[in-house]
Structures are given as C-alpha cells and as structure tokens.
Design a protein around this ligand. Structure first.
Ligand code: DAH
Length: 332
C-alpha cells in the first residue's frame, strides 16, 4: 500500500510542529502553537477532515497515524511547557537571590533626650521606693498654683516665681507643686506620689535660666512622718542618682508650703550645687485639702530636672538642652 498524500501531510505537520514548539520562547506562544496545530480548527483537524475520501483499508492506517502525530505534538508541547516553566522558576530564583555580602541599609537608632533620661531615672528610683506617678495640667488656676499652697494674693513669696498670667485669670504653672493639691483632693492618705512635668516662669533666658523648664514633685503623706523620713528619702534618692560618695548638705530655707523648709546641695567638682527644695508639708496646705494636720503629716520636695541633667552630664549651658543640636544630643 503506497503512502497517501494525507500520510505525508501528517508526517510533515509533525516535523514542522515539533520544530516550532521546541523553538517557542514563552508559554503564551506555546499556547498559540497548541491552538494552531491541535485546536478544533487547527491544522491536524483540517488534514484529518480529508479522511472521508479514503478507502476503507486506508482509513484505519491514516487514523492511527493521525493519533500518533497528535500524541507526538502533545508530548512535545508538554516537554516544552515543562522546560519553559523550569526556566521561569530559575529566572525568578536568580532575580530574588539574597546577596548576604551586600552592605545593609543602616537605620539610625533614636535616643532618649537627656532631660527625659533624667526624668526616667528619677521616676525609676521613686517607683522602686514605692511611689506612684501622677500628673497635672500646665495651665493652672491661681488656687492650685498659689492659694492652696499657702501663698495667698499679696504674699511676698509670689515674687519668688515670676508668673505668666493668661487672659481670663488662669496662669502657666510655675511649679509642679500644684499637682500636690490636685492629688490630695482626689486621694486619701497614705500618699506616696511623684509628679514630673513642665513649668513656666518669666525668666530671662541665659546659661542657667529658661522660661520653660522641668520639675519633678515629690509628696508623701501619712501618720507620723518626720523630717528624718524626708532626709532619709532624699539622701537615698541622691545616692541612687549620683552614686555613693557624693557629699550632700541640707540648708535651711523658706517655702510657703513647707515648714520647716530646706534646700539640698550636692558637692560637684568642688562646689556646692543646689539641686532641690523640700520640707514638711505646712499644716495650712493639709487643711486646704481637708486633711486633719493633727492626724497626718507629710513631706514634699521639688527637683529641677535641668539642674540634675547639667550636673550628671556636665552641661555648661541650659540652652543646649533645648536647641535640638544633633551634635550635642548624639553624645547621650
Ligand atoms: N515648688 C518649689 C519651686 O519651684 C520647689 C519646692 C520646694 C517644692 C519645696 C516642694 C517643696 O514640694 O517642698 O521652687
């Protein structure tokens, strides 16, 4: 039996299709080739449509050849598909390879500002001694900033703190002592609180003065608290803050809200430096918040945070703490 034209068309198709498939560079193109050769209206179907004209003997032979050609083309499609997929994976892996020897992108670490660092240390020490942290508003009334602290209008002690008065009668608090009153109004003794915050005074700015600065207020109220408790607390605090060997001295002083009052100096580089004011809470202050001074006594203190920072870090000018100069701040 001689080879029919359909048979040679089939073998030719196979050769052509396999070559084209092997050359196909992408999965998209491969799909186009599948449609072109094996699709419903593809070349294979078109050739096989001519089978109707064949003799009954030829038909099964050509049919079987048609199947083989179809199979061969399908196989080569599969093979090429696998090859292309593999290549795509390899390309992806190559593109995503992590070069562990490349220098990293460094992100600069933020730091705690020296003022906040001091506040954190002060709070840590007092929390360790059993104190709770409290806060109060920076815009205050005359009552909380002065009146309730035994400093009525016309009291000469008001001149100690030059005040920013606001329209409407309020003021910017001149000290954190106002938080003492607010806390006592809302709590019953025994009290152990520490209150950090920003305070304001009409000071001319120079190397040791700023119109805005920071204080930490201390207040303890209980039955039977004595000056020796105040002294012991302050000494222990200063020991933890500045180290064991630093000489400390208590000097008699005056504050309207404490009686007796003292200022505390630490010896730093051969000089006595005042770091805080303190005293036994004046009975009038206790009465203002409705405590019975016959039952309760207490002590209070106020620290200047900037002063602590300057002593601890040997900073010569308070303005450095506010200028946000990175060359300065990076040292902490
Ligand atoms: N409030 C005072 C000031 O700003 C500091 C102070 C002194 C606070 C004695 C106190 C204290 O609690 O007992 O100058």
């Amino acid at each position: 039996m001689s080879t029919s034209p359909i048979q040679s068309q089939l073998t030719q198709l196979q050769t052509e299709a396999i070559a084209a498939i092997a050359d196909s560079p992408s999965l998209d193109e491969l799909e186009q080739l599948r449609v072109k050769y094996l699709g419903k209206k593809g070349q294979l179907s078109q050739i096989l449509r001519g089978m109707g004209k064949l003799s009954p003997e030829e038909r099964p032979v050509v049919g079987s050849l048609g199947n083989k050609v179809k199979q061969a083309i399908q196989d080569s499609l599969e093979t090429q598909k696998a090859t292309l997929q593999q290549a795509a994976i390899q390309a992806k892996i190559a593109a995503e390879t992590l070069d562990v020897t490349m220098p990293g992108v460094s992100r600069p670490l933020g730091k705690v500002h020296p003022l906040n660092g001091v506040v954190d240390r002060v709070l840590d020490i007092f929390v360790g001694l059993g104190y709770t942290v409290a806060t109060g508003p920076q815009i205050e009334t005359d009552y909380y900033n002065f009146e309730a602290l035994n400093t009525p209008t016309d009291h000469p002690a008001r001149d100690m703190q030059d005040t920013f008065y606001l329209p409407g009668g309020n003021l910017l608090r001149t000290h954190t002592s106002s938080v003492q009153i607010r806390y006592m109004e809302n709590n019953e003794p025994p009290i152990r609180v520490i209150a950090p915050g920003r305070v304001y005074r009409r000071d001319t700015v120079d190397a040791t003065h700023s119109a805005v600065f920071h204080q930490v207020e201390l207040l303890a109220i209980d039955k039977g608290l004595k000056f020796s408790d105040l002294k012991g607390t302050i000494k222990e605090f200063l020991r933890q803050m500045f180290g064991d060997e630093l000489p400390v001295q208590f000097r008699t002083s005056y504050f309207p809200f404490t009686e007796p009052s003292a200022e505390v100096d630490v010896q730093w580089k051969g000089k006595w430096l005042e770091v805080l004011g303190c005293g036994m809470v004046d009975p009038n202050v206790l009465k203002a918040v409705g405590y019975d001074p016959e039952i309760y006594t207490g002590f209070a203190a106020g620290f200047g945070v900037e002063r602590f920072a300057m002593v601890l870090h040997q900073i010569d000018d308070i303005r450095r703490l506010y200028n946000s100069d990175l060359r300065f701040l990076k040292q902490f």
